[in-house]
Design a protein around this ligand. Structure first.
Ligand SMILES: O=C(O)[C@H]1O[C@H](OP(=O)(O)OP(=O)(O)OC[C@H]2O[C@@H](n3ccc(=O)[nH]c3=O)[C@H](O)[C@@H]2O)[C@H](O)[C@@H](O)[C@H]1O
Length: 261
């Protein structure tokens, strides 16, 4: 299971090299080691919903086009999918890419909106909420970590063995890609309302135009492929998942003051 990456859509504008280093060069390094291993492992790795980019057909299906990435992050994840194809084709490596949809929950990434919104609401700081042109809603198919873990296990359990040995392909091997989302997009402003209720604090909302830095307006996963292949079925709605996140956040940081750290 390969989950290491430079994640984050907006940070790619600040540090593009780190995306190339981790998501392309790092992935190739890993595949080079795997292709020569004996036996070769089967690999399940993290792609991203961001590969759908400017695709407007919803919900996003694995068959939809992914040739219009809106950020360098998305472009490096899409590159990873093409690189996976090459190593599968030449060396017989079994490869499964999982397109994660805005994963959240306890022990999550502090750079993600739900996480720093929580921190800023508790500190009384304002939070920037993006909206699209003509006051258009920005929404995400937020997916709870426990559902993602179940999806990862399903992908691992159903991955067929790699077929190569000694760096040579012996037979065709698995090459798969699955959406792992929640299938119910929620507007970012609703996410903030849920946090306000859970934290019992009114947020200082700063509504601003969606910056032109790689964000897309909307994500929505079609998960029928993962459901068919390994019974993937998310069960946590945003309200329930954020409740668990907030409980963790408060117990981890202890107090508002400590959350400054
Ligand atoms: O599914 C993915 O493939 C990606 O999911 C995640 O990207 P995003 O969906 O962009 O999550 P995140 O930054 O939490 O912003 C959430 C929402 O808040 C909005 N947002 C964000 C920041 C802000 O200041 N204001 C705001 O409204 C913003 O417009 C957005 O609508 C992962 O970070 C990424 O690594 C990748 O895995």
């Amino acid at each position: 299971m390969h989950l290491a990456a430079q994640a984050g859509v907006r940070y790619a504008m600040e540090n593009p090299g780190s995306y190339v280093h981790s998501n392309i060069a790092g992935f190739v390094n890993l595949l080079e080691v795997c292709k020569s291993a004996n036996p070769q492992p089967a690999i399940v790795w993290a792609s991203s919903s961001s590969v759908y980019g400017l695709n407007t057909k919803v919900p996003f299906s694995e068959k939809d086009r992914t040739d219009q990435p809106a950020s360098l992050y998305a472009a490096t994840k899409k590159a990873g999918e093409e690189i996976a194809h090459t190593y599968n084709h030449i060396y017989g490596l079994s490869l499964t890419g999982l397109r994660f949809f805005t994963v959240y929950g306890p022990w999550g990434r502090p750079d993600m909106a739900y996480f720093f919104f929580t921190r800023n609401i508790l500190k009384g700081k304002s939070i920037p909420i993006f909206e699209a042109a003509n006051h258009g809603t920005v929404a995400r198919d937020f997916t709870y970590i426990d559902d993602i873990v179940k999806g990862c296990l399903g992908a691992l359990d159903t991955a067929e063995k790699s077929t190569g040995s000694g760096g040579k392909k012996r037979a065709p091997a698995h090459l798969r890609v699955f959406n792992l989302g929640n299938t119910s997009p929620v507007p970012v402003s609703d996410l903030v309302s849920i946090l306000e209720r859970l934290l019992k604090v009114t947020a200082k909302r700063l509504v601003m135009k969606l910056p032109r830095n790689g964000d897309v307006q909307f994500t929505h996963a079609n998960i029928s492929s993962a459901r068919r292949e390994f019974g993937y079925k998310p069960t946590t709605d945003l309200q329930t998942g954020l409740k668990k996140f907030v409980r963790w956040y408060v117990s981890y940081y202890g107090s508002v003051k400590k959350s400054d750290q």
